[in-house]
Design a protein around this ligand. Structure first.
Ligand code: SAH
Ligand code: SF4
Length: 361
């Protein structure tokens, strides 16, 4: 299949136009993209899949992002915060099952009480796991002081999606007020990086008003920001949000899924040694979505450990695993082995990119 398509992939540097071409590949053409991305993953990362046990700590949120099911304005949501006991039981499960890390995610809350509560939980996770569990936070925009506190307490990775690197599009996705400012989001991402967190970001794919060119620019944004980790997946509409009104204008779910796989593969080809998550939203569209992502580009999986209230943490509709009673780790591992990958045990699986750039300093 050596042709023009293949040629782009043999380059080491990629322009926005090159990326646009890769993202436009049809099913047949994209097979060479996926093959290339697989080779690069194997070369820079290897065959290991790192688990991050996901704890959806609270669905209380002070923001009103137009696309998100748990936005403050959705009065149908039953609001919850997990008890400490629930969190620590999930931590014990992760520890006993040799997970390398946890992700603590929540609706955005910025206040003294929340800051202290999270610090306390971070310290306790370290204590319960004898320092072995790595901690990623995904708790939205906070002050420099709060980020510093959480870093000092022992969290070492932070995921804050930019959602889109196009400021105009960002403004369409959010209310026009200081709580939802593109500049503030970017500023927070910079703070996170400067404090020393391994820094993760990402975008939603297939949003209303989003073009392929926007997505190509997103990849360059990740590169230029020197990002360490990526979590991105398809946008999936939720009935109880203002953006549901654009459902008719969206591409079909299977196309959004295919485009998401291409985005992951292009991110791997362009950024090489970063960590890439196989996100749950992929699974909401395709029962084997996460495995497909792991096979070609991703190396991180976030099994959901939230012990209760999963039905109340629906950012989008058809969220998978809502009724999962017990996480079946054996069958998950079999699925991973079946795609010729292996589950890492008791390893943090830090971003190789982060390690490489720090060893060069
Ligand atoms: N409140 C935090 C973390 C929880 S939301 C924050 O916003 O950063 C985590 C991510 O869920 C968001 O960054 C967004 O990209 C994603 N998300 C929200 N609504 C979604 C939807 N309808 N479809 C797909 N992803 C969505
Ligand atoms: Fe809140 Fe995050 Fe949803 Fe925005 S995306 S409404 S900040 S939970």
């Amino acid at each position: 299949m050596e042709n023009n398509f293949g040629k782009i992939l043999s380059q080491n540097e990629f322009s926005q136009n090159d990326i646009l071409k890769l993202l436009s590949f049809n099913e047949t053409e994209s097979q060479i993209l996926f093959q290339k991305s697989r080779e690069i993953k194997e070369k820079f990362i290897g065959k290991k899949v790192y688990y991050r046990g996901l704890i959806e700590f609270s669905n209380i949120c002070q923001k009103n992002c137009f696309y998100c099911g748990i936005r403050a304005g959705n009065s149908n949501v039953l609001r919850y915060t997990l008890t400490e006991e629930e969190v620590f039981n999930a931590v014990k499960f992760a520890y006993e099952n040799q997970f390398g890390s946890l992700v603590l995610q929540s609706g955005e809350q910025s206040n003294e009480h929340f800051t202290e509560l999270i610090s306390h939980i971070i310290l306790k996770i370290k204590e319960l796991s004898k320092g072995t569990l790595g901690i990623t936070l995904s708790l939205g925009e906070q002050t420099q002081k709060t980020y510093e506190k959480w870093f000092a307490a022992g969290a070492h990775r932070y995921l804050l999606r930019i959602e889109t690197s196009n400021k105009n599009l960002y403004q369409k996705l959010h209310p026009n007020d200081e709580k939802h400012s593109f500049e503030k989001r970017l500023e927070c991402l910079k703070m996170i990086k400067n404090i020393g967190f391994q820094t993760g970001t990402g975008v939603m794919i297939g949003l209303p008003f989003q073009t392929l060119n926007d997505l190509a620019a997103d990849i360059l944004f990740f590169r230029d920001f020197d990002i360490d980790m990526i979590g991105m997946g398809p946008y999936i509409e939720h009935e109880e949000t203002p953006f549901f009104q654009y459902s008719q204008n969206l591409s079909p779910l299977n196309e959004r899924f295919f485009l998401s796989l291409k985005m992951l593969a292009v991110a791997r080809v362009v950024l090489r040694d970063i960590n890439i998550a196989a996100t749950t939203a992929l699974q909401a569209i395709d029962a084997e979505g996460r495995e497909k992502a792991l096979k070609i580009a991703a190396n991180i999986l976030m099994p959901n450990l939230t012990p209760s209230h999963r039905e109340d943490y629906q950012l989008y509709k058809n969220k998978p695993f809502i009724n999962e009673r017990k996480l079946d780790l054996a069958s998950l591992e079999t699925k991973i082995n079946n795609i010729d990958l292996e589950v890492a045990r008791n390893e943090w699986g830090d971003s190789q990119h982060f390690k490489n750039k720090n060893s060069q300093k």
